[in-house]
Design a protein around this ligand. Structure first.
Ligand code: ADE
Length: 226
């Protein structure tokens, strides 16, 4: 899958070069292209924002640099074009999965300041995604969260093909507690069943723990069950 990201702050995406996403990029499972919108500014000082018509605080991102960047990167509108915004559809694991399984590439716009001129959103973008009911200083962190969440569903990105099926939320249950060596730490022991080597009992224990945790911490997830 190819993901283009348009931003005024390309260096903010350095964290995506690490760990699992970094490896997915190195292995060619994911192509991440970060474009500096400033490159497309027609202004001699590369200006990309201006005061809002009608007054008010802050600056608004101008339409021209974004329009030209989108036209250069996705001339035939073959990508799904998304604007990261607190007004958007809420990102869930189901939406992340849908994006990953779609045969379309993605083009993601990160806003900054007080927002983006509405005309370029109307002209160029298909939808908006929000990562939660809070306002970030820009769309970059939201874009990174989105890329990370969807990458887990791309074939081959996680070591084992089952590891995203087991996990919290995807399964409709919170994940059971995990333990590793040593078997005793600061006087606290790993539950005996996990050391028993009895796979059926381990499975049963994990299911029960998931159920109990979900009841206690996120009973809403149980109510959502189909
Ligand atoms: N930009 C600013 N806040 C945001 C949010 N909550 N989700 C997505 N993009 C944003």
């Amino acid at each position: 899958m190819k993901i283009d990201i348009l931003t005024l702050f390309p260096q903010m995406f350095e964290p995506l070069r690490q760990s699992i996403i970094g490896r997915a990029v190195d292995n060619g499972l994911l192509s991440l292209n970060i474009t500096d919108i400033r490159q497309y500014s027609a202004d001699k000082h590369c200006k990309c924002d201006d005061y809002p018509f009608g007054g008010g605080a802050g600056m608004v991102m101008m339409p021209q640099p974004i329009y030209d960047a989108v036209a250069a990167i996705d001339p035939d509108h073959s990508s799904r074009r998304i604007y990261m915004s607190p007004k958007g559809k809420r990102l869930t694991d189901a939406l992340a999965k849908e994006l990953a399984f779609s045969d379309k590439n993605l083009l993601i716009l990160c806003g900054h300041y007080e927002g983006v001129d509405q005309r370029v959103l109307d002209l160029c973008f298909d939808s908006e995604i929000s990562i939660g009911d809070y306002v970030l200083t820009g769309g970059e962190l939201a874009a990174m969260v989105t890329v990370d969440a969807l990458s887990r569903f791309l074939p081959g990105v996680l070591g084992s093909d089952t590891s995203n099926i087991d996990e919290s939320i995807t399964s409709g249950r919170l994940e059971y507690p995990q333990y590793t060596r040593p078997a005793e730490f600061m006087g606290l022991k790993v539950p005996d069943v996990l050391l028993s080597g009895h796979h059926a009992n381990v499975k049963k224990w994990r299911n029960e723990e998931s159920e109990k945790l979900t009841q206690r911490l996120r009973p809403d997830l149980m109510r959502c069950e189909k």
